[in-house]
Design a binder for this molecule. Sequence first.
Ligand SMILES: [Zn+2]
Length: 242
Amino acid sequence: MSDVNIFLKGFRRFQHHYFDRNPELFDRLITEGQRPRALVVACCDSRCDPGVLTDSAPGDMFVVRNVANLVPPHIQAASYAGTTSAIAFAICNLGVEHVIVMGHARCGGIRALMENKSPGCDEEQLIAKWLGIAADARQQVLKELPDKSHEIQTRACEQASILKSLENLMSYPWISRRVDEGKLALHGWYFDMGNGTLMQYHSEAGEFLVVEPHPEGSAEHSEEPPGQPQRLFENWESSPPP
Ligand SMILES: [Zn+2]
């Protein structure tokens, strides 16, 4: 059995960094409450912690994590309230101005979806049922890229499912209204863990492009609404190999 003491040591480092050296941060977060900049919908995958990947501080980011970073459509909201209630709370109560759906390379959930089979242990078909949210993305990949390798199809589905979740977000009237009013922006990000890069969906280009590091070290992001998913496949030949 692995040792969890490494996490207790990590908590002591966190304690030292935030409570000993920077006590005003939590004083402010307690007295003023949380005002996160963004809601992030990310995968449960242990390699893709949004807070770690973006070097965020406590209070910066409201995070919902689930298998394959999926957002159910509005019509299924009540069936998947663990995810949808957190999304509603972040948008309607905390007033976040950005929603980021962050997928990633080598996603086990998307791989299971593409292979049309559950992971090793899915006794009640819970994972398979959940992954059905992205079934359209799978079908689209098989239709648009029928002759590509399984690896390329899976990578395409990882990205297409991000666009599907962005599309599903817009099916919620209280989300689409805020987007139309310019109060909320939706973003699609993809962590390419093989080469340590972050990609962002650009609706004008119709593809995910690498976020170049800023010369001073901070990355620049444009704010674009989600575009038409099918353009992703038109540009697929120019995308980097998995
Ligand atoms: Zn994943």
